[in-house]
Design a protein around this ligand. Structure first.
Ligand SMILES: O=C(O)[C@@H](O)C(=O)CO
Ligand SMILES: [Mg+2]
Length: 262
């Protein structure tokens, strides 16, 4: 059965962050994910999850100055200290919030002079992140981002990302399969879902190319949902899209996957 999670960094954004949990619960979501909860104490976020009966499926580790274009540190040789501090904070939040995985971002490396040095530090950092996460019984999620939206990001394609993950030799590190980014960069979505079965631990969805609801654009999402089911992937798919209007007004496509609203 297809299950879905509301991405609270992109859905319900007409409400303050903490109020988005109530909106997601009222809309019938069973789970949520979001990027950065760090402006709010763990206890406050936990209260919002619990009072809406929501499970948390993913948070991102702090990724630096987002507004200035920073997108994490793992592949940036000069940012080792920031990297470690960000993973420590993410592990503390994930543990406190009952979230099973953290997305650790790699960083913009287009201006780094030495790609080999970026790869070497990425491997060293990600191994450390994996070990810190494993000690807390968590996994690490790694997501390639499309280079149209995020130019210069260290990882843009799935297969090279999987090759890097393979070099880590850590079982708790999995691919974050964002269907939106993957369609833009790699395509062949259905075959990829089958072929990479077991290699991805978290999935996100959006319409392509406009990143709106998954009922528009070039992808046939009902077919994609069926492929994930056939592949045995039963975790909630993160709804990480920019709603065309008010979030609730665009949830018609999601009706079969939402809890009945009382
Ligand atoms: O796809 C995305 O944009 C996100 O999943 C993310 O973590 C940050 O860019
Ligand atoms: Mg994503």
């Amino acid at each position: 059965m297809t299950r879905i999670a509301a991405n609270l960094s992109m859905l319900f954004t007409d409400a303050p962050f903490l109020d988005r949990f109530d909106r997601a619960g009222a809309a019938g979501f069973e789970a949520v994910e979001f990027l950065f909860p760090y402006d709010h104490p763990i206890a406050e976020v936990k209260t919002r999850l619990d009072r809406n009966g929501l499970r948390l499926t993913l948070i991102n580790a702090p990724a630096g100055d987002w507004a200035a274009g920073e997108r994490g540190f793992a592949a940036r040789p000069a940012k080792r200290a920031e990297f470690r501090a960000s993973v420590e904070q993410a592990v503390t939040y994930a543990k406190g919030l009952g979230c099973p995985r953290i997305h650790v971002m790699s960083g913009i490396t287009a201006d780094e002079p030495d790609r080999a040095a970026c790869e070497a530090v990425w491997i060293r950092n990600m191994r450390e992140a994996a070990d810190m996460a494993a000690a807390a019984d968590l996994s690490v999620s790694i997501e390639p981002l499309n280079s149209r939206d995020v130019a210069g990001y260290f990882i843009a394609h799935q297969d090279p990302t999987l090759a890097l993950i393979g070099q880590l030799d850590r079982r708790n590190v999995l691919l974050q399969f964002d269907v939106y980014h993957t369609q833009i960069m790699d395509g062949d979505i259905i075959r990829r879902i089958e072929r990479l079965r077991g290699a991805y631990g978290h999935v996100q969805i959006a319409g392509v190319p406009d990143r709106h609801e998954p009922d528009t654009g070039e992808l046939a999402y009902p077919e994609i949902f069926a492929a994930f089911e056939r592949a045995g992937f039963t975790e909630p798919l993160g709804c990480e899209y920019n709603p065309r209007g008010r979030t609730e007004d665009g949830l018609g496509w999601a009706a079969p996957y939402l809890r009945p609203v009382l």
